[in-house]
Write a protein that binds this ligand. Structure first.
Ligand code: GAR
Length: 209
């Protein structure tokens, strides 16, 4: 049984998709906690209603990133996570924090990485004249939005699309993509080799090299 800690900053719809899929599909995992850096994050209410422990580490209250990340790490580690899932967690993380969770922290980013790291990804895709847009689930490494990709979802950019329409259509795909990726991790089916992810068959003895 793997322990999953999910970090959110807001609405938490991706967190909700992961929680629902875990329950519906009976993964060998449990959501040990949902933790937010914002007390007003909408997703906290959903977690509480499902009986999932929640915690808030308010990023506003810390003078430096290092202090915030240290407190966050301490809060997360109480729940002994096998996996930390960043679900709309809008923080740049320090290298020691990322290193502590190396190989066991996933993020979902709303672009086809390596295209458009950072913010405003839908507008970036429109400005670049892309005919295709998407989302990426990746392992988190110290370089922002650059870790090994696990899975991607793609959508076409349609005539008349705006930042808002792209975001709405992509979110539907994110809600399918993130649970698939987290499930692969839970089933020990992700092997990172030479900076890339290999997905192995169920039951394969995934010995990391
Ligand atoms: C999602 O679209 C996610 O991909 C994006 O924020 C949204 C969070 O929505 N994440 C990032 O931009 C990370 N850089 P949610 O709170 O409803 O899951």
């Amino acid at each position: 049984m793997k322990n999953i800690v999910i970090l959110i900053s807001g609405r938490g719809s991706n967190m909700e998709a992961v929680v629902r899929a875990l329950d519906a599909e009976g993964w060998p995992a449990r959501i040990a906690a949902v933790i937010s850096n914002k007390p007003e994050a909408g997703g906290l209410a959903f977690a509480q209603a499902r009986g999932i422990p929640t915690a808030v580490v308010p990023s506003k209250s810390f003078a430096t990133r290092a202090e915030f990340d240290a407190k966050l790490q301490e809060t997360i580690d109480v729940f002994e996570p096998d996996l930390v899932v960043l679900a709309g967690f809008m923080r740049i993380l320090t290298a020691p924090f990322v290193e502590h969770y190396a190989g066991r922290m996933l993020n979902i980013h709303p672009s086809l990485l390596p295209l458009f790291p950072g913010l405003h990804t839908h507008q970036q895709a429109l400005d670049a004249g892309c005919t295709e847009h998407g989302a990426t689930v990746h392992f988190v490494t110290a370089e922002l939005d650059h870790g090994p990709a696990v899975l991607q979802a793609r959508i076409p950019v349609l005539p008349g699309d705006t930042e808002a329409t792209l975001a709405t259509r992509l979110l539907v795909e994110e809600h399918k993509l993130y649970p698939r990726a987290v499930r692969l991790f839970v089933e020990d089916r992700l092997v990172v080799e030479n900076g890339a992810v290999r997905i192995v068959e169920p039951g394969f003895d995934a010995i990391s090299i």
